[in-house]
Design a protein around this ligand. Structure first.
Ligand SMILES: C[C@@]1(CC(=O)O)c2cc3[nH]c(cc4nc(cc5[nH]c(cc(n2)[C@H]1CCC(=O)O)[C@@](C)(CC(=O)O)[C@@H]5CCC(=O)O)C(CC(=O)O)=C4CCC(=O)O)c(CCC(=O)O)c3CC(=O)O
Ligand SMILES: NC(=O)C1=CN([C@@H]2O[C@H](COP(=O)(O)OP(=O)(O)OC[C@H]3O[C@@H](n4cnc5c(N)ncnc54)[C@H](O)[C@@H]3O)[C@@H](O)[C@H]2O)C=CC1
Length: 215
């Protein structure tokens, strides 16, 4: 069995080509926009949302059939038409150019796949079934959405802030790690859920005391 390698990729400002303008292309484009990519859609037709994103200048839409020149300057390529042969040609051209390519109707041609995701601020959970069943990935995404609460956004913002303070003030690595781990408890997560307005000052106070106990 093929083993895929998961990674979080920074695609801000990156030119990404999406060929096709149906619901599947739209789903891929949505997540590309969220990640700040420069999206180029090539398709004679487009969904109302893709059309509206074009009007808002969130994407560039080339309203015509695909041509090989569309690949120029792109790092990521999505072949999302309903034409198997067109998608296979896009795959071939992308491969020849050394681009990363996702082919929506032929998993075996993909050198990357798109996972289902849950996002809570900086927490980003990705779920993949290695192409076996996208519906299972979707179901697990829904289950996680119901159990991983919105409080994670605040929780992670605060942990990042406290981590910075700890890194600045504690030089002994073992001590730094001990303090960071002490902050990662259900207690603080619960505080974020129940007392979002007060939790930051409580956490800072706790940390100040812990830091002063060090010296
Ligand atoms: C290989 C992969 C390539 C890729 O697209 O990257 C791929 C391929 C194919 N999908 C197909 C069908 C469906 N895909 C979805 C939904 C999603 N598909 C996504 C990813 C992936 N789909 C990649 C593998 C991911 C993995 O498993 O790890 C998700 C997770 C992410 C996203 O697209 O953003 C998103 C859910 C997002 C969410 O809700 O959170 C639904 C459900 C629906 O639309 O409601 C259906 C119909 C039901 C079903 O078939 O299960 C078909 C068959 C076409 C046919 O034969 O008719 C193929 C081609 C094939 O398998 O041959
Ligand atoms: N990977 C995934 O998540 C999923 C993949 N699929 C597959 O994805 C394919 C696309 O699905 P939908 O978006 O629902 O199809 P759709 O039929 O709604 O859209 C196809 C789009 O491709 C465009 N197109 C056709 N020929 C083109 C060309 N030569 N150049 C540029 N654009 C061209 C059409 O104008 C249309 O906008 C399906 O055929 C299906 O096999 C389906 C469900 C999920």
């Amino acid at each position: 069995m093929k083993q895929y390698y998961p990674m979080m990729v920074d695609i801000e400002g990156m030119r990404c080509l999406v060929v096709g303008g149906g619901p599947v292309a739209e789903r891929k484009v949505r997540s590309l926009i969220e990640a700040g990519a420069h999206v180029i859609v090539v398709s004679p037709k487009a969904t109302p949302l893709l059309t509206s994103w074009t009007e808002q200048e969130l994407i560039e839409w080339r309203r015509r059939p695909y041509q090989p020149e569309d690949h120029e300057g792109c790092r990521l390529v999505f072949a999302a038409t309903d034409q198997k042969t067109v998608n296979a040609r896009i795959h071939q051209e992308a491969n020849a150019r050394g681009q990363w390519v996702n082919v929506v109707d032929q998993p075996e041609l993909c050198n990357f796949m798109v996972p289902a995701t849950v996002k809570r601020g900086k927490l980003h959970i990705a779920i993949s079934t290695s192409g076996a069943s996208p519906s299972v990935a979707q179901n697990i995404r829904r289950q996680l959405e119901a159990t991983v609460g919105e409080e994670y956004e605040l929780y992670l913002d605060l942990l990042q802030e406290m981590r910075g303070i700890i890194q600045q003030n504690v030089t002994v690595p073992k001590e730094r790690q001990r303090l960071m781990k002490e902050l990662v408890t259900d207690h603080w997560l619960e505080e974020c859920r129940m007392n979002p307005a007060q939790v930051r000052s409580k956490m800072r106070k706790w940390l100040e005391q812990a830091l002063s106990a060090q010296t």
